[in-house]
Design a protein around this ligand. Sequence first.
Ligand SMILES: [Zn+2]
Length: 761
Amino acid sequence: MQPRMQETSGKRRTAERHRLVAIVRGVALSGVLAVTVASPMAQAPARPWDESFRALPQPANIKSYMQRLSARPHHVGSAYDKDNAEWILAKFKDWGWQAEIERFDVLFPTPKERRLELVEPTKLTAKLEEPTVAADPTSGQKTEQLPSYNAYSIDGDVTAPLVYVNYGRPEDYEQLDRLGISVRGAIVIARYGESWRGIKPKVAAEHGAVGCLIYSDPKDDGYATGDVFPVGPMRPGEGVQRGSVMDLPVAPGDPLTPGVGATPGARRLALNEATTLTRIPVLPISHADAQPLLAAITGEVVPENWRGALPITYHAGPGQAKVHLKIAFNWDTRPIFDVIAKLPGSTFPDEWIIRGNHHDAWVNGAADPASGMAPMLEEARALGELRKQGWSPKRTIVYAAWDGEEPGLLGSTEWVEAHADDLRDHAVAYINTDGNGRGFLSASGSHSLEHFVNGVARDVQDPETKLSIWKRRQARTIARGTADERKDARDRADLRIGALGSGSDYTPFLQHAGIASLNLGFDEEDRDGIYHSIYDDFFFYTRFLDRDFVYGRALAQTVGTSVVRLADSDVLPFEFTGLANTVEKYVKELTELLTKKRDEVRERNRQIEDGVFAAVADPRRRLVAPKAEPMPPAINVAPLENAATRLTDSARRYEIARTAAGGALTRNVTALRSLNAKLRQAEPQLVDAAGLPNRAWYRHLLYAPGFYTGYSVKTVPGVREGIEQARYGEAETEIVRVSQALIRLATLIDSASTDLETLTQ
Ligand SMILES: [Zn+2]
């Protein structure tokens, strides 16, 4: 970065800090004019270490790491998976880190037999094969590629009528009910998209299906969206999306060692005791294989928004089409290799800043995961370089290259479960990445880190526009956001960050261990359709995605800056006014959700009672009237509202106390240690050891993946899903539990404020 730019950004930061203090004081001392200027923080060095850090990452290095990592297929259990782990280990050691490989032994099924046939009205056998592309040098590494399959599907041999279920979400089955179509005893075919893939066989089984096919419709990531590979980046006709179908919203990790690390001596369940395998056999297929199956389905023509882009008329069935699906797996236990590297802290060695990305892939995995893994390695090199320049981190830094993410977050989950005590005693925060593209910063995670990550984003330059990545993100939100988002982006001091559901290695840290977490990356400028296929490789990435690796560098700069600041800041940079504001927003959403639900049920019941459905139905077409539902009860949300208000007050008080303490605090190491110990306990207050209803492994009361969405988050999940799924008694119990957690957090923050106020008296 240019020296002039650094000057500007430094001045702006100071001005903003003063403005924040003024705002906070104005609110807290309502009526009293707050003119006191914040006491200046301890004098910073001429060039802060995080600024020196940002000059170090090099795109050419990131490119070379990606080429090495993605040179051969490297799924769990493969030769190159272990080879990569050893290479990563050697790199960390070269760069001056203390590093080791930590091994776990996990259940990892691979296909023994895959057979899919149309048996009626005509006979046809599916190819189930992704062809080599001549121009793509690694797409032909057939002997090392796993065939396309869905990991943790059970074995099965079923022959049944075929029913098309759109995306296979609960609402799609409601639509089928209205059409009078049942999937009981049928094999369903669902298209990829809209929900996490593991939801599709789960919901199908709940509705009585005996098998599940998942295919990639060209409307979602194929020819209807752009040129297909190798001409363009979209999915070719025979391309298949592999992937796990483990019941991730119940628990990730090794299915045989739930809740404990899969170490050699760990007690293991028998295969038939595992609860996160599917209940029916599942197979992913290409649209080339799906088209004749879908074309053979007869019966009702599907609603318009169910139609994909294949040149056929989409029918729901069941009709004349019948298929035979036979799949069998090798149910092996395989080793996984996490690479764990440390830089010991000088002042607070017992406080850990943890950062990770996975290294395993489904095939060559250039985009997923090397585009995130390679920048992480460049950060590690740059941090090593910074130490040679005289830097010594105050806190201990732990870098982790996880194995086994693709099958079900295995490497991170087993490590978190095996080190639960260490993490409780030492972890401060976890930062995750998983793949990287071009465009806008995407930041999600704990809202206690919202202000912190905004500060980082203000100091990293966007490689395309030369604006800060913060400014560019703000402009994007103003240009493309909703009216509310636009208003927030303009008026709020910080840009909002998203909440985390699941789909990558932050899940065990945040939602099981209760460690404040962030997930960072750049995206939105390029679309692609090679996800989890043999075409996600170096050839592909260097033609269609971040070709010159400048966003790889921006990612290394963003995460590295975050790590250096978290490691070195005297006071841990947690901030609670953004969190409190977000919680108030959630409470409002929940109140509106309940009102909406009551209005909907009232209206529908009235229409049923008045005979509206019968009166408008076309007598020549089958349409089933919905059933009357019991009216949702009024629920008392007041405990949540009161707790949110209490948290808002505590957050403001802390903000004032911390700013006022300034220099008095940074000179007093004992006071710092005690304050940081309290701050480290903030996120854990939002966790309840009893876990969420029906899924005890998930313990965070504010963030969880949706039970029926899989990737996307349900915030305040116990309450929200209770209302959505009509378990109103449970929603009411959860309101009390969440309120108690918020009050626990407010009490902790108040105690930190009292300490600070005593210090400055
Ligand atoms: Zn990934």
